[in-house]
Write a protein that binds this ligand. Structure first.
Ligand SMILES: NC(=O)c1ccc[n+]([C@@H]2O[C@H](COP(=O)([O-])OP(=O)(O)OC[C@H]3O[C@@H](n4cnc5c(N)ncnc54)[C@H](OP(=O)(O)O)[C@@H]3O)[C@@H](O)[C@H]2O)c1
Length: 278
């Protein structure tokens, strides 16, 4: 096995975005990458566009690469593991992307001692601005987390957290882009309510979100301090804030994210008592 070869099992949106990120950043050469697909047509398309080897055979990929990144949907994970379990060795590193699939579930299909790292990423992976959180399974150590970190840092930011936090991560950064998209949608509708053309409203809101996100990231100021910068006494912003607070927007976020976290725990596959969030 070539040491640096990485095989992506499940060449969908996430798999493709990660392979692109690695190629663009120089993290891996095309020769060091491989992608598996379920359909011939998709395999041909990816091979042409990405210039990497593709195959319909998951065992072939497992035999060729020491690092395996599982990017199938959660509902396809059991079938995939069934296809590869007899080809896995303790020398493999398995990095799993599937939401709600616990490392203990993957470990049940794996030879004893094989390291598994779980990742929760988010959709901005498509624009190299992902927030990825990685957690070690029972046999994964620092060097395995470092490999996951190296691969994921090509498409955004990466932090390490224990697996017990993955439901909270799913509910916040995992689902988070949807909350921001909903906010954008509502604010664009408000522009239309006020008589602005849709394209103008869209531009105003997108640029405002982007500028605000950059201020949050690049200044060391707390969100409260930044909000106070645009909330003058008796002014327009405080009038709007009063309505948002009266509507319970803050509490709605707390309740919504709490509900998403509970749902993530309910949907988790590989649930065992010792996995319970503490
Ligand atoms: N997209 C996101 O924003 C996001 C965020 C966080 C986490 N994730 C996780 O990332 C994973 C991938 O998501 P995605 O959006 O990339 O899904 P996706 O576009 O559906 O990609 C999954 C790919 O895997 C292929 N596949 C299924 N079973 C296979 C098998 N046995 N062997 C080879 N290929 C197989 C599918 O083939 P077909 O084309 O035939 O269906 C599909 O192309 C999911 O587990 C998801 O939970 C995604």
């Amino acid at each position: 096995m070539a040491d640096r070869t990485v095989a992506f099992l499940g060449g969908g949106r996430m798999g493709e975005a990660l392979v692109w990120g690695l190629i663009r950043s120089g993290g891996r050469t095309r020769e060091e990458l491989m992608v598996t697909c379920r359909r011939e047509e998709r395999a041909r398309d990816l091979a042409e566009r990405l210039g990497v080897a593709t195959t319909l055979s998951n065992p072939e990929a497992v035999k060729s690469a020491p690092t395996l990144v599982l990017t199938v949907k959660p509902q396809d994970m059991e079938t995939l593991l069934g296809q590869i379990q007899h080809y896995l060795s303790p020398q493999h590193l398995v990095i799993t992307f599937a939401a709600g699939i616990r490392t203990s579930f993957i470990e049940r299909f794996s030879p004893k001692g094989m390291p598994v790292v779980r990742v929760m990423s988010n959709v901005p992976v498509l624009v190299d601005e992902a927030m990825s959180v990685i957690s070690p399974g029972s046999h994964a150590g620092d060097k395995h987390l470092a490999v996951a970190e190296e691969l994921l840092s090509t498409v955004g930011k990466v932090i390490r957290l224990p697996e017990k936090h993955q439901d909270a991560v799913t509910a916040t950064s995992g689902s988070g882009p949807a909350y921001f998209f909903l906010l954008a949608e509502a604010m664009i509708e408000a522009c239309i309510l006020l008589g602005l053309p849709r394209n103008v409203g869209t531009e105003l809101i997108i640029q405002t979100m982007l500028g605000s996100a950059k201020m949050l990231r690049d200044t060391s100021l707390h969100p409260v301090e930044l909000r106070e910068m645009v909330t003058s006494p008796g002014g327009t912003t405080i009038m709007a804030i009063r309505h948002l607070e009266q509507a319970g927007v803050r509490a709605a976020f707390l309740n919504a994210i709490d509900a998403a976290c509970r749902r993530s725990a309910e949907l988790a596959i590989g649930h065992e008592p010792e996995d319970e969030p503490k």
